[in-house]
Each structure stands twice: as C-alpha cells, then as structure tokens.
Design a protein around this ligand. Structure first.
Ligand SMILES: Nc1ncnc2c1ncn2[C@@H]1O[C@H](COP(=O)(O)OP(=O)(O)OP(=O)(O)O)[C@@H](O)[C@H]1O
Ligand code: SF4
Ligand SMILES: [Mg+2]
Length: 317
C-alpha cells in the first residue's frame, strides 16, 4: 500500500543577496513509495537528495505541488504533519553533529521515547537497553558522551534513536559517507536487518553506486529514484538500472562506478563533458554527449519502458 506520494513537487530557493540566483532544489518531482518498501535515492552532490528527505520529514514546505502521507495532504493537514514527526525518522550523514555533545547517550535516547511513547522509570530504562541491543551496542554505553564513541558506534546510537519510536519510514541520508570503510558494511547490514524485523519503509540516500548496489543486495531488491539537478530523471529497480541504465546521467554513473578491484566499470564515462546543472531544458544538457536542440529548450516528458520511467529525448520525451 502506498505510504508516500509526491505530485509535481517543487522546492525553489533564492541564493545570494546582491546577485540573486534561483535554485530549484527539486523540480516537478512525482513519486510513490509503498509501505515496507526499500528505496534508493541516487544522485551526486547538490542533486536535491537532502531537500527531498526534508520534504518527506515535512521540514521543508514545497513551493508548489503536493505531498501525501498515508493519503493525507501534508500541507493542508496539521495532524498529518504531527503524524510525520513520529512516523518518519531520519539518520544524518554526520553522526557526531546529530547528537548533543553535553548529553549522555542514555539521555539522548530517552528524549524521543518519553515524548512519543510516554515511557518513564524502569520501562524507559529497559526500552533503552533493548534498543542498544538491537543496534549491537553494549549497555554500558548509556553513561558515555558522544566524544567517547567511534563514528560507527555513534551512527548506531543515531539509528537506535530513530527506531525508538517504531517509525513507519526510516530515511538514511548518506549514513556511511563519513564513516571509516571498516564500519560501512556493518551499518548497512544493520539497517537492512532492522527493516526486515520492524517492517519499515527504508529510504537509502546515496551518491555512491557501490553503496546502492550493496544495499540492494542486502534488502533483496530496492526501487531507485535517480535525481539530477532537482529532477527525477530515471526510476527503476537498482539491479535493472545497473544492468541497463537508460538515462545518459545514469549511464555515466554506472560507467564511472569503481568496482571492488579499483577498476572503472567501463570507459564510456569519458564521452561525457564537464559542466554544471542547466536551468533550462534538461538539467544534464551541458554534459550529455547525445544533446540535441530539444534538450536545451524543454525538460522531456517521462517515458515508460518495461516498468521503468525515464525523462530523456532519446526515448521519445
Ligand atoms: N536552505 C537552502 N537555501 C538555499 N539553497 C539551498 C538550501 N538548501 C539546499 N539548497 C540548494 O539546493 C540544491 C540541492 O541541495 P541538497 O542539499 O538537497 O543536495 P544533496 O543532493 O543533498 O547534496 P549533497 O550530496 O552535497 O548532500 C543545492 O544547490 C543547494 O545549494
Ligand atoms: S534529454 Fe537530451 S540532454 Fe538530457 S539526457 Fe536526454 S539526450 Fe541528454
Ligand atoms: Mg545531502
């Protein structure tokens, strides 16, 4: 059943005070996410991934378009926004800045439990220990401060805090990017494991195809949304996207992916030009080797191919 739906959603920012610049962090994005689904949001830095997460958390009000959560129109329904505070939880990229340095781990974990589950005393203590066990941490950690833990341990604390209220949706925004390589696999394994045990929708945000591929394998298949310059450019299962990318930007990502032996997947990425995000037409038109006149004028329409969706003039547009 559908839990999240975005219809033609746009988030526009104005940057600079003297030299004002309009930025579309998200532009006309429509997507649907089901209950208990695993989803990957793939895109490079500045693509709009964190803005999308903030929209889903109802922290960012869209400039236009609609966000429906469990069928309720979030920006017309205050109760829906309140529901989201509990049901949609977030894991930050930087595990240390997500925690208050002056509070013990036990104290940081108690706050959402007291607020949303109204537990106190012994029930609160045992809930905290149960959570620490669930994320593979020793109970003795409750009295420590964030500065006394490793990056991997801190991210586990953040995960414990996020799942403490039994959310329906967990969004992990580049959760392993700032961690040492040795901790990364463990964190993804933990998230995949928790998703299965808790029947959550898990949204993995990453710029790294290797992470997307591993996550996909661990969760047994994940739907993926590829975004570029605030536009959703391709949608399909991660395995299909890696096997046969349709959009030129996805082709670029897949070809420039470095495998476990340190080799590029293919040298096709060398065909792509350097360039920025184009504000007119297809956002990829400055870098795309297949660019034609239409690509500079207008963003292409979405085309469905074998259950996938792509926005590119190579497929009709
Ligand atoms: N509050 C804001 N005010 C102005 N511009 C913003 C704001 N938030 C984001 N942006 C701009 O919107 C675009 C998308 O930003 P966003 O943080 O969503 O990208 P991202 O995909 O998460 O990038 P990264 O991988 O670096 O985290 C960027 O150009 C960014 O500079
Ligand atoms: S729409 Fe045009 S510029 Fe954009 S990816 Fe497709 S071919 Fe390239
Ligand atoms: Mg981000």
């Amino acid at each position: 059943m559908e839990i999240i739906r975005l219809d033609d959603l746009t988030v526009r920012f104005t940057q600079g005070s003297f030299n004002k610049r309009i930025i579309y962090a998200l532009r006309d994005v429509s997507l649907s996410i089901n209950e208990n689904e695993a989803v990957t949001i793939l895109g490079e830095s500045g693509a709009g991934k964190t803005t999308l997460a903030r929209v889903l958390l109802a922290l960012e009000k869209p400039t236009s378009g609609k966000y429906l959560f469990m069928g309720r129109n979030v920006w017309k329904d205050r109760k829906a926004r309140k529901l989201i505070r509990k049901e949609v939880q977030y894991i930050y990229q930087d595990p240390i800045s997500a925690l208050n340095p002056s509070k013990t781990i036990g104290s940081s974990l108690s706050y959402p439990i007291k607020k949303h589950l109204k537990l106190k005393g012994e029930a609160l203590r045992s809930k905290i220990f149960e959570l620490l066990n669930a994320v593979g941490l020793d109970e003795s950690i409750v009295d420590r401060y964030p500065s006394q833990l490793s990056g991997g341990q801190l991210q586990r604390v953040n995960i414990a805090r996020a799942i403490s209220v039994n959310p329906k949706v967990l969004i992990a925004d580049e959760p392993v990017t700032m961690l040492d390589a040795s901790y990364r696999i463990g964190i993804i394994d933990l998230l995949a494991d928790l998703k299965k045990k808790m029947n959550m929708t898990l949204v993995m945000i990453t710029h790294d195809l290797a992470i997307a591929k591993y996550f996909d394998y661990k969760v047994g298949g994940s739907k993926s949304f590829v975004i570029y310059g605030g536009r959703l450019v391709e949608e399909g299962y991660v395995s299909d996207i890696i096997k046969s990318p349709l959009h030129p930007y996805t082709k670029f990502l897949v070809s420039s992916y470095i495998d476990i032996n340190g080799n590029y997947n293919s040298l096709e990425f060398l065909k792509y030009k350097e360039g920025g995000i184009s504000s007119q037409g297809c956002p990829f038109n400055e870098r795309c080797p297949y660019v034609k006149d239409a690509c500079i004028k207008e963003f292409p329409r979405y085309t469905s191919i074998d259950g996938r969706k792509v926005a590119c003039y190579l497929y009709g547009g």
